[in-house]
Design a protein around this ligand. Structure first.
Ligand SMILES: C[S@@+](CC[C@H](N)C(=O)[O-])C[C@H]1O[C@@H](n2cnc3c(N)ncnc32)[C@H](O)[C@@H]1O
Length: 280
């Protein structure tokens, strides 16, 4: 879209109406999905400039733009998992073992924050923590929660998906604690103060290990960042998750930062922590 046309659209059509238009455009399945996604986001780009976290929340909530690739046939199954998530889960197992925990028998409960369709939970259930009887996940994208639930029921999975905003985590899980709590690719959609709060909340619900994957800063180890910075291409956030964890009272037991290296479309920045009181 030409910059002048964009300016006119932004000036004459209020954002509230353009948000509804974006949802409407996205429902036009006769249009090519790339085109739908492009138009749906182009007409609300100014929203990201005004309030970037609400913009991401809006896109995920309505399954727009980048959310479109989250479909059961594209995401469930080992071969469909993103390579970096495979690294992450195998690192998680290794670091639990280093803490003297047997992941196969001792991990009984898991919480996946921002779980999408629940494909990581399903893989965890079958291959990572086979003794886990509680596999909870939440996501703001109602479409993926509904599709995921249907798929998981068809394979008699124990995974339990809840449609909820991660910023209101306490409303859905109360004071429940889980052996393992993790968030893969979620903090990048929150501003620093919001991400800080979420990390602290997740820490409160962890009894054994809390783990995150985040966007890696391309040049500087994230642990050295004094403040979060945005990735211009998609207005997501690069955080110092290490600091967020230690500020929340956790102890980092392992981490991995691989700078600008891209694997299967993702960067690598993992942090594994234990709540101070759970150190063995
Ligand atoms: C990049 S995807 C990652 C999905 C999955 N965790 C993974 O590692 O493949 C980000 C996920 O976070 C979810 N999400 C974004 N903002 C959220 C929020 N405020 N509350 C709950 N889920 C959210 C999205 O709907 C999406 O499923």
């Amino acid at each position: 879209m030409k910059p002048r046309a964009k300016k006119l659209i932004y000036a004459f059509i209020p954002l509230t109406i353009r948000k509804w238009l974006a949802i409407l455009i996205n429902r036009q399945t006769w249009l090519d999905s790339d085109k739908r996604g492009w138009w749906a986001t182009q007409i609300i780009v100014d929203f990201a400039e005004k309030d970037v976290s609400s913009y991401h929340k809006f896109l995920w909530r309505h399954h727009l733009s980048y959310a479109e690739s989250y479909e059961t046939n594209l995401r469930f199954g080992y071969d469909n998992l993103n390579e970096t998530r495979k690294f992450f889960l195998s690192d998680l197992v290794e670091h639990l073992k280093k803490q003297g925990i047997n992941p196969e028998s001792e991990i009984k409960s898991v919480l996946d924050v921002g779980c999408s369709l629940g494909y990581l939970l399903r893989y965890i259930e079958t291959d990572v923590f086979p003794n886990a009887s509680v596999l909870d996940g939440n996501d703001i994208d109602k479409y993926t929660i509904e599709q995921g639930k249907e798929f998981l029921a068809s394979c008699k999975s124990k995974a339990n998906l809840i449609h909820a905003d991660m910023e209101a985590l306490e409303n859905i899980i109360g004071d429940k604690k889980y052996d393992v709590v993790f968030g893969a690719g979620i903090l990048l959609y929150l501003k620093q103060d919001q991400a800080n709060k979420l990390v602290a909340k997740m820490m409160n619900h962890t009894s054994t290990m809390l783990a995150f994957t985040g966007l890696a800063h391309p040049d500087l180890d994230n642990a050295k960042l004094e403040t979060s910075v945005t990735r211009e291409s998609d207005k997501t956030w690069i955080h110092n998750i290490d600091k967020m964890i230690t500020d929340a009272g956790g102890k980092i037991v392992a981490r991995r930062w691989e700078g600008n290296k891209m694997v299967d479309g993702n960067t690598i920045y993992f942090v594994f922590a234990v709540p101070a009181q759970s150190l063995r």
